[in-house]
Design a protein around this ligand. Structure first.
Ligand code: CA
Length: 225
């Protein structure tokens, strides 16, 4: 089972997260300040880090920056409500995702699953090729093809498609897609996701008469096996 490090100085939140994650079957490590968090992040071979931004010792942003110098372990940042500057800084430093406090535990658990799954898929990828049905992506060249027929995709179309495929069988919210595929200039503007899904559907689903990208009503999108 995955080992998750929680770096959080607010004891109540840390304890709550610890209980919830253990209940889900994860192994949990705790660190109450930035320095200890950094040490554990680098030494204890963890699979994912939940990292608060406001920490004594070293800030979460700084911990994230230093972890990224050595490791690509998934990091989910916890930010204060509506602090866009923190979100931007965290993502700039290489965090994979963020949650705004207060958050629903179910949402955090879902994001943890996505992050862990992405890590697993990244490791399992055979060479540089991602494949689903007749669709093939080359993650090095960003080339894409459907049954040997080359697809002409823009950079963002490719990145969105790759993200959907790496997280296949998981319903992804527009916000998750926005946060993981786009730069922060689009914060909050999830319409851009719908627009690009439409482009992909024109270039793949409609062109080849297949049903690749499904809409999950009230939530977002999914690519299923
Ligand atoms: Ca804190």
């Amino acid at each position: 089972m995955a080992k998750i490090l929680i770096v959080e100085d607010e004891t109540k939140i840390a304890r709550f997260l610890e209980l919830e994650l253990k209940h889900e079957g994860y192994e949990v490590l705790l660190a109450g300040d930035g320095r200890l968090g950094l040490e554990k992040a680098l030494k204890d071979n963890v699979d994912l880090i939940i990292l608060d931004i406001m920490l004594p010792g070293l800030s979460g942003i700084e911990v994230c920056r230093r972890v990224r110098l050595e490791s690509q372990v998934p990091i989910i940042m916890l930010t204060a409500k509506d602090d866009v500057t923190d979100k931007v800084a965290g993502l700039d430093m290489g965090a994979d995702d963020y949650m705004t406090k207060p958050f629903a535990i179910e949402e955090l658990l879902a994001r943890i699953r996505v992050a862990l799954n992405r890590k697993k898929l990244t490791v399992d990828t055979k060479g540089d090729i991602l494949q689903i049905g007749g669709l093939t992506l080359n993650i090095k060249s960003h080339g894409a093809s459907y049954n040997e027929d080359e697809l002409v995709l823009t950079k963002k179309e490719y990145e969105l498609l790759e993200y959907l495929i790496r997280n296949k069988n998981i319903a992804l919210t527009r916000e998750q897609l926005l946060n993981n595929v786009w730069d922060y200039e689009y914060f909050g503007d999830t319409n851009v996701v719908d627009v690009y899904i439409r482009y992909l559907r024109q270039k793949i689903d409609e062109k080849y008469g297949i049903h690749l990208i499904s809409t999950v009503r009230g939530l977002g999108y999914i690519i299923k096996d």
